[in-house]
Design a protein around this ligand. Structure first.
Ligand SMILES: [Zn+2]
Ligand SMILES: [Zn+2]
Length: 337
């Protein structure tokens, strides 16, 4: 009987399959389906590679192994691994720390496929001695997660919560490079969510309200900030202004640096930067514009819920935005129910 080497009915999620018989006869029929590659390995090393089609195993199309077995025509030992070239989806999730050591949880989805089967088998299958789909998939997920943890930790908590789109794009590029090293193509990555502790969420609130990350970070805890600013009824404002004047005097939105006068020398009297015409109305509107402390987007005055992220906006009786869990309004000192 002719030996037939074929991956019959691979499952949806199966990325590799090892032909169970390690003794191969010359003349064996090798059947490789579309989106598959069959690779002959021995002792973790990759020898000959076959693309889709029906192949008869001869000394001619298996030159490397033929040489290895000393030119003998008797059956020889080899591991035949089939690799699927289809696209796979994986879920990930984990914990890391931001640049300021804020604890962050994240989760999402990624899509990948094998781009270079020889490199993939050398690095992952042979290199790690993982010969079935479950082990390979686990390895890839751990590798992805490790990269995600490392790359996310280079960002600040404000970037993660306020500029997640930008962070996603940059992290994706880095992870794609990591994957290329394994012979894999990372097709896409989606960060579905990031989260942090209550303590850090409060701190984030202050950073977004004041636009002054450095000052908030210098305080021991965000609770301390809220406490200092809203210490006692009525006295809240005064105390706050003494303790953290630079915090409250900063406009909530980052101001653009003044454009230098392009003409050289001293600008003529009455010179106005054409890119920044004086617009007192817009200017003052911008300063009273409220910012969602959870996603950083501008919200309509007096909004009770952010139209962008849906988060509830807590307010004091006088309408000032207050952090979650605050007992007094940090601006006017009013007690919060
Ligand atoms: Zn929001
Ligand atoms: Zn208030």
């Amino acid at each position: 009987m002719v030996q037939v080497i074929e991956w019959v009915n691979p499952g949806e999620d199966e990325i590799i399959w090892r032909y169970p018989n390690e003794v191969i006869k010359w003349g064996a029929q090798l059947i490789v389906h579309e989106y598959e590659v069959a690779i002959f390995m021995r002792d973790g090393k990759v020898y000959d590679v076959f693309g889709p089609g029906r192949h008869t195993i001869t000394t001619q199309n298996l030159p490397l192994l033929y040489k290895l077995v000393g030119g003998s025509n008797s059956p020889f030992k080899a591991t035949v691994i089939f690799v699927s070239m289809k696209q796979f989806q994986g879920r990930y999730g984990g914990e890391t720390q931001t640049r300021e050591l804020a604890p962050v949880k994240y989760y999402g989805v990624y899509w990948f496929k094998v781009a270079d089967p020889v490199l993939f088998l050398t690095e992952v299958v042979g290199g790690q001695s993982l010969y079935d789909t479950a082990d390979v998939t686990k390895f890839i997920r751990a590798y992805f997660n490790e990269g995600m943890m490392k790359h996310l930790s280079a960002y600040s908590i404000v970037d993660l919560f306020q500029n997640l789109d930008m962070v996603s794009t940059q992290v994706k590029v880095k992870l794609m490079e990591d994957f290329r090293r394994l012979g894999l193509e990372l097709v896409d990555v989606k960060i579905e969510g990031v989260n942090t502790t209550d303590e850090w969420r409060q701190r984030l609130f202050w950073i977004m309200q004041t636009g002054n990350a450095q000052a908030v970070m210098q305080m021991d805890t965000a609770k301390q900030v809220a406490h200092e600013l809203g210490q006692s009824e009525g006295a809240g404002l005064g105390t706050g202004m003494v303790v953290m004047p630079q915090l409250l005097q900063q406009p909530a939105q980052p101001t653009q640096p003044a454009q230098p006068y392009a003409g050289g020398g001293v600008p003529p009297a009455g010179y106005q930067n054409p890119q920044q015409p004086a617009q007192p109305a817009t200017q003052s509107q911008q300063q009273t514009q409220e910012i969602c402390p959870y996603c950083g987007k501008p919200i309509p005055p007096g909004a009770r819920f952010c139209p962008y992220c849906g988060h509830e906006i807590k307010r004091c009786p006088n309408g000032h935005i207050v952090p979650e869990g605050a007992k007094f309004c940090p601006v006017c000192g009013a007690k919060i129910e």
